[in-house]
Design a protein around this ligand. Structure first.
Ligand code: ZN
Length: 432
């Protein structure tokens, strides 16, 4: 039921002492090892000695994705590259990704946290776990992989895609735990129906789903179609990857692993810390990471914190399931997509009007991203071949930048609705 009971069920008072000790240590380390943080603290007139515990956290500066981008690629690392053993990345608001680095100890920490997560969701050493999250720069695949091996489960590192083969393997190899994005889990369920494979032919028991927002309605659908228990996990590559928080079997919020991360909820506009229970932007400080420690990282995810004891016995705070963001980022099949990314690609190619729209939909339970781009009247009256060529070029450039297949639709001028204030760049038709 627990992976690390001593930490997961620690008395809150003891936990706070541990957090304080680790925070003080982290602040000292970033001040001395990361010029970016030293400068930020100096600008605020802060020295490491001003931070004596969790109660001083609010004095520290925030860190944003933009700050990481400004220090691309390695500027915010707190150790020399020779101590980094793994590099991952996530897509940012323009072409350049956000780069994260792990020391050997970070990989051990991450594996431990993922082991906790997987045990929360029902995984044991007897489980056969099929990891259908993408492997690669994305933290999903390898993150789950190391945690599952740590537990001693039998790992099938299949990665995403090729759904019929996934199902064949799930059936033949006797998979008991499925780890992937929730939308992909539904797609698998539907493909099974098409293939005429009955649920009884599978040994599936649990699902570990994350990397995109999903509603309670979607959970019910997955649980009834696949007849499994589906749990929500939370993480983001900047903070560590998956393994920041996980639901327990009661599915009443996600326990944040507070011996490694200190959460806060702030007003997204003013940055003011909000009281328990109030909704706002989730901010996370890492207190055990070596490679890329982050002070008060603005996740842009909207959540709320609940410190009431949980029936499962874990003492760690629960965060509300994330369903919204403070920026216009959308998550499509686990990939972060910002309208500004698309915009900069279109600008570079030229030949189109500055009007575009991202339309996300869920078709047959698979997220589909369609991009509408206006072209000039002249181009539209030209030969079809030219339009096709341009369409292919835009599609290729966007796909290679995002690592995600998209559909591009070139449309006539004035097709996309104009707005008098902020342009509307995204239509999300998924029912989350
Ligand atoms: Zn619980």
């Amino acid at each position: 039921m627990y992976w690390d009971k001593a930490h997961e069920c620690m008395e809150r008072e003891q936990l706070r002492e541990l957090q304080s000790r680790r925070l003080v240590e982290t602040v000292r380390r970033v001040y001395h090892n990361v010029p970016y943080y030293r400068q930020r603290m100096q600008e605020m007139g802060l020295v490491p000695e001003d931070i004596n515990g969790v109660e001083d956290l609010h004095k520290l500066p925030f860190t944003t994705k933009q700050d990481l981008r400004d220090n691309y690629p390695y500027g915010t690392f707190a150790v020399p590259l020779s101590e980094i053993v793994r590099i991952h990345a996530s897509s940012g608001t323009t072409g350049k990704p956000t780069v994260v680095g792990y020391t050997r100890k970070d990989i051990i920490t991450w594996s431990e946290l993922m082991a906790r997560t997987l045990v929360c969701g029902g995984t044991t050493k007897d489980s056969v776990i099929q990891i259908a999250y993408g492997y690669g720069l994305f933290t999903g695949g390898l993150g789950v992989h190391y945690g599952a091996e740590r537990i001693g489960a039998s790992v099938i590192p299949i990665s995403g895609g090729n759904t019929k083969r996934q199902i064949m393997i799930m059936k033949d190899f006797g998979t008991t735990v499925l780890a992937c994005t929730p939308s992909y889990a539904l797609h698998i369920a539907e493909t099974m129906e098409e293939m005429g494979i009955k649920r009884e032919e599978l040994k599936l028991q649990y699902g570990i789903f994350g990397a995109e927002p999903w509603s309670e309605g979607m959970r019910r659908e997955i649980e009834s179609k696949l007849q499994i228990s589906a749990i929500d996990i939370y993480g983001l590559s900047e903070v560590i990857g998956p393994g920041v928080a996980s639901e327990c079997q009661y599915k009443c919020g996600l326990h944040i692993f507070e011996d490694h991360f200190i959460p806060e909820i702030v007003d997204p506009e003013t940055g003011e810390v909000l009281p328990e229970g109030e909704e706002g932007e989730l901010v996370i400080t890492t207190i055990t990471k070596e490679g890329l420690p982050l002070i008060r990282y603005r996740t842009r995810d909207i959540s709320a914190l609940n410190y009431e004891p949980c029936k499962c016995g874990r003492t760690h705070v629960r965060m509300k399931k994330v369903l919204g963001r403070t920026d216009d980022m959308i998550i499509v099949r686990g990939v972060n997509v910002f309208p500004s990314q698309i915009e900069s690609i279109l600008m570079e190619i030229g030949q189109t009007e500055p009007h575009y729209l991202l339309v996300v939909d869920r078709i047959n339970n698979l997220d589909v991203l369609e991009i509408w781009v206006e072209v000039s009247n002249k181009l539209f009256s030209d030969e079809v071949r030219k339009l096709e060529e341009l369409n292919r070029r835009i599609t290729n450039e966007i796909q290679s930048a995002l690592g995600l297949s998209v559909k591009v639709k070139l449309v006539e001028p004035k097709t996309i609705e104009r707005s008098e204030s902020k342009a509307r760049r995204v239509i999300d038709r998924r029912k989350l």
